[in-house]
Design a protein around this ligand. Structure first.
Ligand code: 3HC
Ligand code: NAI
Length: 712
């Protein structure tokens, strides 16, 4: 398809542009638009121009894939495009429907008029990519809607309903129905006469009037410094808006250009753009084509109404899917139902749901003690005790009662899914849906693909994840899948560091300063120290030679399970989740070191962070090589969405790319000289060693995989 087509409606040329899926303004589209405009200007029969995006939307903005490539700046670049349309001697009307975002809105603001559908969404989401609107948006938007409104749009980054801007010069007309027809009528009835009378409105000509400019910017700067401390873009947006309000248009544009270029090179923007594409890449499974049929999910059953089961039930109910919730005992069932009810009542109290809506959602739940009631459900998610024997009974029963074609999912976090599948006569229908706690809050869902899982079941589960507003990341079967397998190595390092001289507070603070939502010890207190103790116990049996610090043993003996026990690595006070440094734990660690003859030394923050993060990277590389994760960026999404890894660092594998695999391996060699801990720990995974040796990166590795998948 040519990127731009031109048709005529009387004296109006209608330029329709864009390629699926989002009409981004890549080079070919920009060039096509400029050419089509020139042709319209050269045609004496054309008196006005309407420009419209194809496929029911205007444009999602610049083509982000071009960033950092020569195509991004190749003329006509976005500035050239905007300048050409703004300078047109014939009036140009942008006909806007659907999304009009980023560079798309900046282009529309360079047209003389904008006829906007009531259904349109307008926004400048660049801040979410660590950028500022770099094609005149910071200069034109304050002129069209004022400084305060423009700051809200640019700092929030959300697409907003067009009606919010009705009455401002941003929206020349808000229309219902066919936006092209309305724009052509507008062009004839209003744009042309205005142009003929010498009134060709240009955003650049408007003067920004904001009497309280200093106050507004000062307030926003203070807020940005605290709320977005790690993110440079919000402050740069404020600088650009200040220029819009205080300098000539061209000067302001130059300031914007300079700031955009700086942000584009920043590691934060690189990480956020990586996360944008990584999230979308999770949906692509190389051997499962998009055309794979999916099963419709209209009803669900959840087995076990404990912590996870009730959260999973809420997740389905929030997506409007009716849930049968099954337990073995009435008491446990009542407790689960109460948890679900409390959640919806809480939503009403917080003003997130109206009482009627909560009632409607609550009506989607059917508690039961009988398997027969579940038989017709399209999917069943098992969330019973983590014991293979219990799972065997449950899956045996499900196999007997569930209708053919039902998807049988397990929420197991550590057990072998292939063994669970083998408890049924339909292993192709069995899959892992590993939710994270709290299941109704966390966006991550590890979708565990068993040996026998069918492609149809896999594609259906990925589609279901989207319906549940989760990001499904495919994982192969292994102990801990992607996320927990990596976190075990991170936790091992955290414990070794206590042996060597650090305190839990010091380790946590270093991790949190790096950007982790929570350091390893606070996280363990939240998840429950019994869970990690159980894993260590299992390892001691299965891999007796694996070196594990025993510093946590007295913690376990004292049943300091964490927040739920009011005591863990930290002390807690009733009704207060603040982690207070614990004298008990300090003494416990001291005694432990003394008993082992360990002489404590000072560890600095850099060592702490390197050991935690590179432990993740190395295990992540092994997981990749084994094919457990489909791509390095999937590993990143698991960590960004499930483990509180700082989004502005893009995930552990992206971070390793930023540092450079060569440097990572060098540092690992350095860390391996440590006489404590496990001498084998820092043996680089073969893939990581290879990348280091060849000057490669995980991103290039992913690109190679994608290329091979495409060729296959
Ligand atoms: N450039 C290139 N590709 C883009 C894109 C863009 N601006 N926006 C979306 N895509 C791609 C996605 O990667 C995805 O590709 P895939 O199918 O190969 O995975 C496809 O379009 C569909 O995207 P979504 O899955 O996100 O589709 P949705 O329908 O859920 O959402 C959307 C549509 C709301 C437009 C969402 O894609 C979005 O928010 N896009 C980004 C918008 C944005 O940030 N624009 C600003 C760009 S920066 C800019 O303009 C700079 C300028 O100021 C100089
Ligand atoms: P839980 O102990 O809170 O709940 C388990 C529930 O299952 C209990 O209510 C119990 O009565 C019920 N149950 C036991 N046997 C049953 C049977 N035969 N039939 C029906 N119900 C039965 O446990 P939790 O934490 O909810 O974990 C459940 C599963 O989810 C486990 O497999 C666990 O590994 C997994 N998981 C747990 C996470 C967590 O953070 N707690 C995170 C991700 C997965």
């Amino acid at each position: 398809m040519t990127p731009v087509t031109s048709t005529r409606e009387g004296a109006v040329a209608v330029l329709a542009f864009g390629e699926p899926p989002v009409n981004s303004l890549g080079f070919a589209t920009r060039a096509g638009l400029v050419q089509a405009l020139q042709a319209a200007l050269d045609d004496p029969a054309v008196e006005a121009v309407v420009v419209v995006g194809r496929h029911g939307l205007f444009s999602a903005g610049a083509d982000i894939k071009e960033f950092g490539t020569p195509l991004m700046v190749k003329a006509p670049n976005l500035h050239d495009l905007n300048a050409a349309f703004e300078a047109s001697p014939k009036p140009v009307v942008a006909a806007i429907d659907g999304n009009c975002l980023g560079g798309g809105l900046e282009f529309a603001m360079s047209c003389h008029f904008r006829v906007v559908s009531e259904n349109a969404k307008l926004g400048l989401p660049e801040v979410k990519l660590g950028l500022l609107p770099g094609a005149g948006g910071t200069q034109r938007l304050p002129r069209l809607i004022g400084v305060e409104g423009a700051l809200n749009v640019m700092l929030g980054g959300e697409p907003l309903p067009a009606r919010l801007f009705a009455g401002s010069p941003l929206v020349s007309a808000l229309v219902a129905g066919d936006v092209v027809k309305a724009a052509v009528e507008f062009a004839t009835a209003q744009a042309l006469p205005a142009a003929q009378a010498g009134r060709m409105p240009k955003a650049r000509d408007i003067r920004v009037r904001e009497p309280n400019l200093e106050g507004l910017l000062g307030f926003a700067r203070n807020a940005a410094k605290t709320a977005f401390a790690a993110y440079p873009a919000p402050l740069r947006i404020l600088d650009a808006v200040q220029a819009a309000a205080t300098r000539r248009f061209e000067e302001g544009l130059a300031v914007e250009k300079q700031l955009f270029a700086e942000l584009l090179l920043s590691p934060v923007s690189s990480a956020l753009r990586h996360a944008f594409f990584a999230e979308r890449a999770t949906q692509k499974i190389p051997d499962v084509p998009e055309s794979t049929p999916t099963r419709e999910i209209r009803s669900c059953a959840v087995i076990g109404a404990g912590t996870m089961g009730s959260g999973i039930a809420i997740t389905f109910m929030n997506a409007g899917i009716p849930v049968h919730l099954l337990e073995v005992k009435q008491e446990a069932l009542d407790a689960g139902v109460a948890r679900v009810r409390d959640y919806f009542e809480g939503q009403v109290k917080k003003g997130r749901l109206k009482p009627g809506q909560a009632l409607e959602k609550a009506g989607l739940l059917t508690p039961t003690l009988k398997y027969e009631d579940l038989a017709q459900c399209d999917v069943v998610v098992e969330a019973v005790f983590e014991e293979l024997g219990v799972k065997e009974k449950v899956f045996g029963t499900l196999d007997r009662v569930m209708k053919p074609g039902a998807i049988l999912a397990s929420n197991t976090s550590t057990l072998d899914l292939d063994r669970i599948a083998a408890f049924t006569k339909r292993p192709a229908d069995v899959i892992g849906m590993h939710f994270f706690s709290p299941a109704n809050v966390m966006r991550l869902l590890e979708v565990v693909r068993g040996k026998a899982t069918s492609k149809e079941v896999l594609a259906s589960t990925i589609a279901l994840a989207r319906k549940l507003r989760k990001t499904g990341v495919v994982s192969g079967v292994c102990d801990g899948f992607i996320g927990n397998r990596m976190i075990e190595q991170y936790s091992r390092q955290a414990l070794f560091m206590l042996d060597e001289g650090a305190s839990p507070e010091q380790v946590d603070q270093a991790a949190e300063k790096f950007g982790f939502m929570m350091g390893p010890f606070r996280m363990s207190d939240l998840a429950g120290n019994d869970i990690s103790a159980h894993i260590r116990e299992r390892r001691a049996k299965e891999q007796p030679d694996l070196v594990y610090s025993k510093v946590a043993d007295p913690l376990v003996a004292a049943k300091r399970w964490g927040q739920k026990a009011g005591a863990g690595w930290y002390d807690y006070r009733p009704g207060d989740r603040t982690a207070y440094p614990s004298p008990f734990v300090a003494k416990m660690i001291e005694d432990y070191r003394a008993s082992k003859g360990l002489k404590p030394r000072r560890l600095d923050d850099r060592e702490i962070v390197d050991r935690l993060v590179y432990a993740l990277v190395n295990e992540g590389a092994k997981i990749l090589e084994e094919g457990i994760a489909l791509r390095a960026s999937d590993v990143d999404i698991v960590y960004l969405m499930g483990y509180g890894f700082p989004v502005y660092r893009g995930g552990p594998m992206h971070y390793a790319d930023e540092v450079g695999p060569y440097q990572v391996v060098l540092r690992m060699r350095d860390l391996a000289r440590n006489p404590y801990g496990d001498p084998g720990f820092w043996q680089p995974a073969p893939l990581l060693a290879k990348l280091a040796q060849e000057g490669g990166s995980f991103a290039a590795y992913d690109a190679g995989l994608a290329k091979r998948a495409q060729a296959a």
